[in-house]
Design a protein. Structure first.
Length: 228
C-alpha cells in the first residue's frame, strides 16, 4: 500500500491533489505545530487581475499550538467573504458553474476548526474530481515521534509499504536516514504543473489554488491536469 502524509491546507494547489490521487491512503498531518507562514490557513487566487491571498482568520494562540487545536475567528462571516471574492473574480471564467458545489460547501461550513474546514473542502473537491483515496487523520492515531520518525510511525501503523513525499522534503529525508532499513520505501512526487489558459492573465501563473484550475478548464480536464 502507498501512502502520503501532508498538513491539511486551505484550498490547495493542483500538486496537493496529485499527491492525494497518487496513493491509496492520504494522511492529514494535523498533529503538528501550526505555521502562520505556511499554506495551512491561506492560498492564492486572482483578484482584480492580480494574484492575491485568501486568508482564513485564525484566532491568536500560543506558538506551539497544533493544527488540530487551532480555531478560526467567528467575529466575521469569512466564508461568505471568501465565496463572494471568488465569485466576483471568476464569474466570467469558462467553467465557473462547475465550482458552485465547492462554493456551496465553503459558505455552509459551520466548524471553527481550521483543520476541519480544510479537510471538508479537500474532500469535497476530491469527490467532484472523482478521486477516491482513503483519508486518515494523524491526530486520531495518537502516535509518538518527531518529524521523520513520526512519519515513519504513521506509515508502519497503516502498514504502508511505500511513502510518497513531496519533492521539497527529498533532501531532508534522504540525509536524515530515518526511513533507511525501515522496511518502508521512500518515493518522491514528480508532478510539474503545465500551463493552461487563465482568464485573468496572458502569462501563466502556476501554483495557484485549485479554484483557479477548475474555473478555467473545468472538472474533467482538471482531473487529467492533476494526474499529470
Amino acid at each position: 500500500m502507498k501512502c502520503a502524509i501532508m498538513q491539511p491546507t486551505y484550498l490547495p494547489w493542483a500538486g496537493y491533489f496529485n499527491l492525494i490521487a497518487s496513493v491509496d491512503t492520504f494522511v492529514f498531518l494535523d498533529d503538528v505545530q501550526f505555521d502562520r507562514r505556511s499554506w495551512q490557513s491561506r492560498n492564492r487566487i486572482f483578484d482584480g487581475g492580480k494574484v492575491a491571498w485568501l486568508s482564513c482568520p485564525v484566532k491568536k494562540a500560543p506558538r506551539e499550538t497544533l493544527i488540530q487545536d487551532l480555531s478560526l475567528s467567528d467575529d466575521v462571516n469569512w466564508q461568505q467573504v471568501h465565496a463572494k471574492k471568488i465569485q466576483l473574480n471568476y464569474a466570467n471564467a469558462p467553467f465557473f458553474s462547475e465550482m458552485e458545489s465547492i462554493l456551496h460547501a465553503l459558505v455552509n461550513l459551520h466548524s471553527c476548526s481550521l483543520s476541519n474546514v480544510n479537510q471538508t473542502l479537500i474532500r469535497e473537491i476530491c469527490q467532484r474530481l472523482e478521486i477516491h483515496t482513503n483519508f486518515v487523520n494523524a491526530s486520531e492515531l495518537k502516535l509518538p515521534g518527531q518529524r521523520s520518525e513520526h512519519l515513519l510511525n504513521i506509515c508502519k501503523y497503516l502498514s504502508c509499504e511505500q511513502y510518497l513525499s513531496p519533492q521539497g522534503s527529498k533532501d531532508y529525508l534522504l540525509q536524515d536516514g530515518t526511513f533507511s532499513h525501515s522496511g518502508v520505501e521512500l518515493a518522491f512526487q514528480s508532478y510539474e504543473p503545465q500551463p493552461y489558459s487563465q482568464k485573468h492573465s496572458n502569462e501563466f501563473v502556476s501554483h495557484l489554488s485549485i479554484i483557479d484550475v477548475i474555473a478555467n478548464i473545468g472538472l474533467n480536464q482538471t482531473k487529467q491536469y492533476i494526474l499529470g
